[in-house]
Design a protein around this ligand. Structure first.
Ligand SMILES: *Cc1c(COP(=O)(O)O)cnc(C)c1O
Ligand SMILES: [Zn+2]
Length: 397
């Protein structure tokens, strides 16, 4: 594999064991825990001028802080998304600035592309010719796209309630789509059966590969750079498995350590009340979640009842002095419609949990009026226009 100079290998977040990135491709060989890419930060030579002089053209512009070189990447120039000022909603929330990081402008319409560009590059480096994963839909679509580009076959397991666009585009990208009756849990079980039967499948599953959170961490690098090297005060993130949240928390600490920023923002995990294991654990003061027995929300992307990385997510929100907040589906749909109506940006329902959570925090008096707040719009609204439109119908519009 063509690794970058400062990349030193993989470290287990559970037991601290270290592993060679050529030899190990997935979970910790000692304890089965999550592996995290590590770096020799003293060997990273980046400052504001060096980064500022580069075109804002792809997440691979931060290659010194990624495991693989841009040259070797399976990429479609994902990332480099805009951070859009939303003054009307900032007033309504009662904060100084509200900005939306618009991840809908990625190649397949969601930030899942950031995870897949790095994970599929790793699969390519390990010589894989077939990749596989279970997904609520967006990760599956992204994986099919990147696998296609790399000349690999992809096996994607999605629940029957996954959206039409996801299913259609998995087919269009040439993926082998397996629609599984039920919800994400059933899709994961079917995927695991498939994986057990095929030695040559390379898993792209959340946190099974060490590289999805590594790709998603670049959202924070971009936000900091777009705010002229100021960390925002608050980042609200629609949280399912927490891949993006732990990635951004890692990135915020990396930038602080490298002297590129001087603070770490407060991270808030926004969830839907129908499936809020992180919020429940946070409120109860627990270090690990309890699986949700009957998850039920229209926010498919964050309907993750058993997020395996919950200790890491909870650490990120506590250490950063953030929090966790859940809102109901109708409020989340209203938030998506408010953003579209008042600011023009199109958010899928899942993503709007980040904005709805901010309104709930404002109601609780969490803001003092001058904060810079970022909400991550993880995916484009037009993938789920039908869900948004039918909410209007339910109100007689
Ligand atoms: C996957 C997904 C999420 C949740 O992402 P995690 O980083 O795993 O918490 C949020 N929004 C959308 C649109 C998604 O597809
Ligand atoms: Zn371990």
């Amino acid at each position: 594999m063509e690794t970058t100079a400062a990349f030193t290998g993989l470290e287990c977040v559970d037991c601290g064991a270290t592993a060679d990135a050529d030899a190990e491709s997935h979970r910790c060989p000692d304890c089965g825990g999550i592996l995290d890419p590590s770096y020799d930060y003293d060997a990273v030579d980046l400052d504001h001028d060096v980064l500022g002089a580069r075109p804002f053209d792809s997440l691979w512009r931060y290659e010194e802080l990624l495991p693989f070189s841009r040259e070797s990447a399976v990429t479609m120039d994902e990332g480099a998304t805009p951070l859009v000022e939303c003054p009307t909603l900032a007033d309504e929330l009662g904060v100084g600035r509200l900005l939306i990081k618009d991840e809908g402008r990625n190649p397949t319409g969601t930030f899942k592309d950031r995870g897949q560009t790095v994970a599929v590059t790793a699969a390519d480096g390990h010589g894989a010719s077939e990749v596989a994963l279970a997904s609520a839909g967006n990760a599956g679509q992204a994986a099919a796209a990147y696998a296609g580009r790399a000349g690999m076959e992809s096996h994607v397991y999605v629940p029957s309630r996954s959206g039409f666009t996801n299913k259609a585009m998995i087919n269009v990208h040439g993926g082998d789509m397996n629609v599984v009756g039920g919800r994400i849990g059933e899709a994961v079980a079917a995927f695991e059966e498939g994986l057990a039967e095929h030695d040559d499948w390379y898993s792209l599953q959340t946190f099974a590969t060490p590289y999805r959170h590594e790709g998603k961490k670049t959202m924070f690098y971009e936000i900091a750079e777009q705010l002229e090297w100021e960390s925002p005060d608050v980042i609200s993130y629609p949280t399912g498995g927490g891949v993006g949240l732990v990635g951004m928390y890692k990135a915020a600490r990396e930038f602080e350590r490298l002297g590129l920023t001087d603070a770490v923002p407060s991270f808030y995990a926004a969830q839907a009340s129908g499936c809020a294991p992180i919020v429940d654990a946070f409120e109860d003061g627990r270090d690990v979640h309890e699986p949700v027995e009957h998850p039920d929300t229209i926010c498919g992307g964050i309907e993750i009842p058993d997020p395996g990385a919950s200790p890491w997510i909870l650490e990120a929100i506590r250490e950063s002095d953030g929090g966790a907040v859940a809102t109901d589906d109708p409020e989340i749909l209203e938030a998506a419609i408010a953003v579209a109506k008042r600011e023009g940006l199109e958010m899928a329902p899942t993503c709007a949990a980040a904005v709805s959570g901010l309104f709930e925090l404002a109601d609780r008096g969490a803001f003092d009026g001058d904060e810079t707040v970022v909400a991550v719009n993880t995916g484009t609204g037009n993938k789920e226009a039908d869900v948004l439109r039918s909410h209007l119908m339910s109100k007689g519009v």
